[in-house]
Design a protein around this ligand. Structure first.
Ligand code: TRP
Length: 458
């Protein structure tokens, strides 16, 4: 097992905030959030999502960081450290397996993004018009292109992980985040000034309460909240394990939650007004192609749209890479800590296994019909959707619930709070946090899980 002396550390607290924010901000915000808002019927989804973030997920983010920083271990080791001789380490193991599955489908979408860098730059997308959706369908339906782009994305993520999780990400995120923010704000302004934008804005911001009776919305919103904050599988726990004890957790959590939520909301502000300004647009039926159909249309309305499009997709690829690196880090840190493998070996074996699962994910968009046919719509509609639904709507919330129960009842809140406040760290409302982690998070998650089960069965 690695001792704390050999264990790498973040360069500074800013570096850690950047890395954690780099993990959180990714395809989940810009691709996943608008897609699921569209499938979930608009503003009602947004409201439920925000409740999940504040009441359920933010407290668990604190718990993951404090478990990691307190134990200096990757997930399995962290549970063994705080409760040796029990089976709680299974929660860590669930996180390790889930991470590999998420990397697998995440890389497929990351691969599409790489493809779109190429197509924007070469002008293949700039035609705009009704063709954008068809272009996406054709592109993702091509099995060779799908698998090749996935391979490229996963290869880049693996190489960056080997190259150094701790120094590289800090540097990349420092320039990437501001650039991405500026570009997103510009695009939102453009989108909001398009003809027909008001209708999209209303869809996005004015709740249609009849949607709240659509039970699958709750599970989707909770799953999206977990996914977006990189929560429930020990990714943030692992990052926390590289944090010095002298660095406070309160500010980091605040920054990560605010930044992640802001960028997701901004993405919706870009996609829906622009989407509704396109004739015949139906947010619910576009599914995973939503942003890939809408954004090229938006770029086509801009002077220098090709340049904007290219720059946007490059930034999105980088944001997705900093997330994928953190996903890889869970299984990688696990085998490094428990089996003393070298980092390159660990990364190769982990990403190799993820790639095998990526292949059927990439082929389920028309290339191989049987990978689509057997999955009902409420389970995601194709093989990738199935893996994503199992991970996001079930495995991550279950992992998060168990983390909350562990910290609240096994390790216990008073000890966790003592660790949080160590070295005079700033942490607001520790008692409120205790209540959230003991009661609100676990109960909220169990209720939503039951509702999701019912939604799937009925
Ligand atoms: N949060 C990232 C995104 O929104 C994806 C991600 C990175 C993730 N690490 C994770 C999701 C761990 C779940 C668990 O794109």
């Amino acid at each position: 097992m690695t001792t704390s002396q050999e264990r790498g550390m973040w360069g500074s607290r800013l570096g850690f905030i950047l890395a954690a924010a780099g993990s959180a901000v990714g395809l989940g915000n810009i691709w996943g959030f608008p897609t699921r808002v569209g499938q979930g019927g608009g503003a009602v989804f947004v409201v439920i999502y925000l409740f999940c973030i504040v009441l359920i997920c933010a407290p668990i983010l604190v718990a993951e960081f404090v478990l990691g920083r307190g134990s200096r271990q990757s997930p399995v080791g962290a549970f063994k450290y705080f409760s040796s001789g029990t089976r709680w380490w299974w929660v860590g193991a669930l996180g390790v397996v889930t991470s590999v599955a998420i990397v697998a489908f995440y890389s497929v979408i990351g691969g599409w993004t790489i493809g779109y860098v190429w197509y924007s730059a070469t002008g293949a997308l700039s035609s705009g018009g009704e063709g954008a959706g068809d272009f996406f369908t054709q592109f993702t339906g091509n099995g060779f292109k799908g698998v090749f782009c996935t391979f490229l994305f996963l290869g880049l993520a693996a190489a960056s992980n080997i190259g150094g999780v701790r120094t590289g990400i800090e540097r990349v995120a420092k320039t990437l985040m501001p650039a991405l923010l500026v570009l997103l704000v510009l695009l939102a302004v453009r989108s909001l000034t398009l003809p027909g934008a008001a209708e999209g804005l209303a869809y996005y911001m004015r709740p249609d309460l009849s949607q709240a009776f659509n039970m699958s919305v709750f599970g989707a919103a909770l799953g999206q909240a977990f996914f977006s904050l990189s929560l429930g599988n020990g990714a943030m726990l692992t990052y926390g394990s590289y944090l010095r004890r002298s660095e406070g957790i309160g500010r980091v959590v605040l920054w990560v939650v605010l930044l992640d939520t802001f960028i997701a909301l901004l993405a919706g502000l870009i996609i829906f007004p622009a989407g509704f300004s396109i004739a015949g647009f139906d947010p619910a039926s576009t599914g995973p192609g939503l942003i890939f159909a809408v954004l090229p249309e938006l770029f086509a309305t801009l002077v220098g749209g090709r340049l904007f499009g290219g720059a946007f997709f490059i930034l999105l690829v980088i944001a997705a890479l900093t997330s994928a690196i953190s996903l890889l880090e869970v299984p990688v840190a696990h085998v490094i800590d428990r089996r003393q493998w070298s980092r390159p070996k660990a990364v190769l074996v982990v990403s190799g296994s993820a790639f095998l699962l990526s292949i059927p994910c990439a082929l389920g968009f028309g290339a191989v019909e049987s990978l689509t046919d057997f999955v009902p719509a409420q389970w995601g509609g194709n093989f990738l959707g199935l893996v994503a639904t199992l991970c996001n709507n079930f495995s991550l919330p279950i992992g998060g619930m168990l983390i909350a129960i562990f910290v609240g009842y096994v390790w216990r809140v008073d000890r966790a709070v003592a660790e949080l406040l160590a070295e005079h760290a700033w942490f607001p409302a520790p008692r409120l946090w205790g209540l959230l982690i003991r009661y609100v998070s676990p109960l909220g998650i169990s209720i939503i899980l039951v509702i999701s089960m019912l939604a799937v069965i009925m």
